[in-house]
Design a protein around this ligand. Structure first.
Ligand code: PEP
Ligand code: MG
Length: 291
């Protein structure tokens, strides 16, 4: 099978009825770039920036981050790279951010909630992303969005960062802003959120656990934690409908994006990008081509 999948490396897959689907890679570090290109990734659909902040003594500086994001964008140009802002919480400690003990870290102070209260952490990351978008096709993705106000607050910070960069005579490029659809609130608010952003990316890992109220790490509730559950599929359908009506693109970047049994459902609902671990890319391309 491996042999026959190699043939898909350079294929940009379209369905038989002519829908072009982008098959992108989920990455967590620069070390994974080569393998992703080798596997045929058409860009990056999810770059998890957590690794930059973990297992070190101090927060990463703006220059260091700008260098990392630029290298990522360079490696995949002209394909887009979707870079997610820091998605960290009390379950994954980071030096320089004071997380208190929480009974429910998955429902706690994490992701964009933490970032908006810590502009000293968040703004260097946003500025680094804006600086990297001078050279590359950078799309900024916000995790754990549950309210329109969060999106607006990030936009305001981005405006502030751009004004600062202008005043310092530094360049910043055009970028798209998108949100993860991974909370039920984001699904119910999808029509309103869609008016504020350029794209959606469905995080099926968290969306499944939050829709089903079933911890994604707890094997005892694994039989509820199924993305193919009708409740989860209905949530995805609602988000996709809102994207279509607002004329923005929608992708999927959770584990389910690679599932041959779900790809037809995603494509049928207007999802145009599927992002997955590099090892799954060849098979997903073949699956789309045969649809
Ligand atoms: C998700 O929640 O589906 C997702 C892609 O993000 P993470 O697995 O990093 O939470
Ligand atoms: Mg998630």
């Amino acid at each position: 099978e491996r042999e026959s999948l190699i043939a898909y490396r350079t294929v940009e897959p379209t369905t038989r009825d002519g829908r072009r689907i982008e098959i992108a890679a989920n990455l967590g570090s620069l070390g994974e770039i080569e393998g992703a290109i080798e596997a045929g990734a058409m860009g990056v659909g999810l770059f998890r920036t957590e690794f930059l902040f973990m297992e070190r003594r101090t927060l990463p500086g703006e220059d260091e981050q700008a260098e990392t994001y630029r290298a990522l964008a360079d490696a995949f140009a002209p394909h887009p790279v979707v870079i997610r802002t820091l998605d960290i919480g009390g379950d994954k400690p980071v030096a320089g951010i004071d997380f208190e003990h929480e009974d429910n870290p998955f429902l706690g102070w994490r992701g964009v909630r933490m970032c908006l209260e810590r502009p000293d952490v968040f703004k260097p990351q946003l500025r680094a992303l804006l600086r990297a978008s001078v050279v590359g096709n950078v799309k900024i993705l916000l995790p754990m969005i549950a309210d329109v106000a969060e999106v607006r607050a990030v936009r305001a910070l981005l405006d502030e960062c751009r004004a600062e960069l202008d005043a310092e005579g530094r360049g910043h490029g055009p970028f798209e802003l998108g949100v993860m659809i991974e909370t039920p609130a984001a699904v119910f608010l999808a029509p309103a959120i869609a008016r504020e952003v350029d794209f959606f990316s469905v995080g099926t890992n968290d969306l499944t656990q939050y829709v089903m109220a079933a911890d994604r790490l707890n094997p005892r509730v694994a039989k509820l934690n199924r993305t193919e559950h009708p409740a989860v599929l209905e949530a995805i359908r609602m988000a996709a409908r809102a994207a279509r009506e607002a004329n923005i693109w929608i992708g999927v970047c959770g584990e389910a994006a690679a599932r041959a049994d779900l790809i037809p459902f995603f494509v049928e609902n207007g999802i145009t990008e599927l992002s997955m671990s590099p090892a799954s890319i060849g098979r997903a391309k073949r699956c789309v081509t045969e649809l």
